[in-house]
Design a protein around this ligand. Structure first.
Ligand code: O7M
Length: 211
């Protein structure tokens, strides 16, 4: 089974809550990022608690260790279950996020390679492989790898073994769910669900492929 994670990039609190509630039966977790938190505040985590799904804070944390630690403490105190951090900042900075996550019995995932075309400007020549190895070395719970490049996901799987791989880029960014579903532990899907005429029906359709 591949988890279906809803990227709730909806900058309107009421609309976001409606979509989350209607999609809840068909998804395994909700990822919240800047669009929703900056418009609605961190208390959105409490508002989203009712479907009982894991809440992932996608702040792509990328600062010095002390600041990372402070950010992650706020994230977990707000009620999130997991945080996403960048790995290019180095092992000490990534480890700060991972340690705070684990001290709250939460999880931390490290971005190894991004899904958009511009990502290849810097995530090449072995950089993503090195970040994936860093994630393993630092005890992260998993990595983020691009559904837009299934061959890269397969390569990063060789490095992270049975750690989780969560993969964005399906649909709106051109990635094909069938091509990555069996390579990853979960797919992160935003617009193909929340921008659909019927988000719950879209989530149900995708969840059938995942199961
Ligand atoms: O399905 P979409 O394209 O509407 O949304 C994809 C979501 O995944 C959106 O929230 C992005 O910010 C996020 N994402 C990527 O699209 N590409 C990446 O490389 C990394 C992420 C992400 O979730 O990183 C944690």
């Amino acid at each position: 089974m591949t988890e279906l994670i809803l990227a709730l990039d909806v900058p309107d609190r009421k609309e976001a809550l409606n979509i989350a509630e209607s999609c809840a039966p068909f998804i395994d977790a909700i990822k919240v990022g800047y669009p929703l938190v900056l418009s609605s505040g961190l208390s959105i985590a409490e508002d989203l608690a009712s479907p009982g799904l894991p809440l992932i804070a996608d702040f792509k944390v990328a600062d010095i260790p002390n600041t990372n630690r402070l950010i992650c403490e706020v994230v977990f105190s707000a009620g999130f279950d997991a945080v996403i951090a960048h790995g290019f900042v180095g092992a000490d900075a990534a480890r700060a996020c991972i340690e705070v996550a684990h001290s709250h019995s939460g999880k931390a995932y490290i971005v190894a390679e991004m899904s958009h075309p511009g990502a290849t400007e810097f995530f090449h020549d072995g950089v993503a492989e090195r970040i994936a190895a860093l994630a393993v070395r630092c005890g992260a719970d998993g990595i983020i790898a691009p559904a837009t490049r299934p061959e890269r996901v397969a390569r990063l799987r060789e490095i992270v073994g049975d750690k989780a791989i969560y993969s964005p880029g399906i649909g709106a960014q051109g990635g094909d769910l069938d091509a990555v579903a069996r390579l990853v532990d979960g797919v992160i899907v935003g617009r193909s669900i929340y921008a659909a005429d019927d988000p719950a029906a879209a989530a149900e359709r995708l969840s059938r492929i995942c199961r």
